[in-house]
Write a protein that binds this ligand. Structure first.
Ligand code: SAM
Length: 279
């Protein structure tokens, strides 16, 4: 192959990559904007993760107010991730905060100094800012891969079930490291194909984070998917237009969808990590 051929091939490859990235970004944004549109009146969707039930006890993990019970399993995932360390009086940045239910839970129950959530979907961040009126809690639109916060601005970065949407995971992890103060914690949970977990761990450690804890949450996630299945099906049936229903069923990991089966078989691993930025 001549040098010109190889340059042309490289350019084509870069173009194809940029196109694939743009498509992924548009799909993610379209999906989350759509949720904001169909839930504009009822405001039922306050959390958007797969949830977690403690597989040991199968009992409620923490007390909640009655109006929070529908989101119990999604909140239990937050509780599990965030209470791995003592977050009292800490300044917390949540990246990929969605419609804000998780950050609101942290602000209400876990006594942080403040929580700020950012989400790439501006409609979600704006919803969260309007809906959750709590002291020491705020939201703004923002991209995980280009965080605009200053260096050493937070004690804790929380990231729950959002990173699988990112195009440049390395840029996000570098920003998470940068905005954390020395001694700060990065609390992360998300899923990947099981054979990519080693690469994920390496990527997360790369800026210099020390790995403190690692846990596979699959069993508890599958219990939550089972428990929340009827509610999710009802929502999809009532709110989602016919054309989008099959995609939503996969996205929501309803029972027997490919996502559900992947968690159940272990083909996909839902991981939780605690990392520390050295002092
Ligand atoms: C499955 S939802 C989880 C939201 C929230 N953590 C929860 O558990 O309810 C994933 C979220 O990641 C957000 N997201 C995707 N790409 C992002 C990016 N590059 N920067 C910030 N947020 C992003 C989406 O807009 C969406 O709100």
């Amino acid at each position: 192959m001549s040098a010109t051929d190889s340059t042309v091939q490289k350019k084509r490859w870069r173009f194809a990559q940029a196109f694939a990235n743009l498509t992924k970004r548009i799909m993610v944004l379209t999906q989350y904007h759509y949720i904001n549109r169909i839930d504009a009146v009822d405001k039922q969707v306050r959390l958007m993760n797969y949830g977690w039930i403690d597989p040991q006890s199968r009992q409620p993990l923490m007390p909640l107010d009655p109006d929070e019970e529908p989101d119990r399993n999604a909140l239990q995932l937050y509780h599990r991730v965030v209470t791995a360390i003592d977050i009292r009086d800490k300044e917390i940045l949540e990246v990929g905060s969605g419609r804000g239910g998780g950050a609101a839970y942290i602000a209400k129950y876990l006594d942080p100094r403040r929580v700020h959530g950012v989400d790439f979907c501006a409609a979600s961040a704006l919803f969260a800012n309007k809906y959750w009126k709590r002291p020491r809690l705020s939201f703004s639109p923002g991209n995980a891969e280009k965080l605009r916060h200053s260096d050493n601005a937070f004690d804790i970065v929380v990231n729950i079930e959002s990173s699988h949407c990112y195009i440049h995971m390395d840029r996000f992890v570098a920003h998470a490291y940068r905005v954390l103060r020395p001694g700060g914690y990065f609390l992360f949970a998300d899923f990947r194909p099981a054979d990519q977990i080693g690469d994920l761990r390496t990527e997360l450690e790369k800026p210099g984070f020390q790995l403190i804890e690692e846990e596979n949450l699959n069993n508890g996630v599958v219990l939550a998917l089972d428990a929340d299945d009827a509610r999710k099906r009802e929502f999809i049936e009532e709110k989602v237009d016919e054309r989008r229903k099959p995609m939503f069923e996969i996205f929501a990991a309803i029972i027997d969808s490919p996502m559900y089966k992947a968690f159940k078989s272990g083909e996909s691993a839902y991981m939780r990590y605690v990392f520390k930025k050295p002092e």
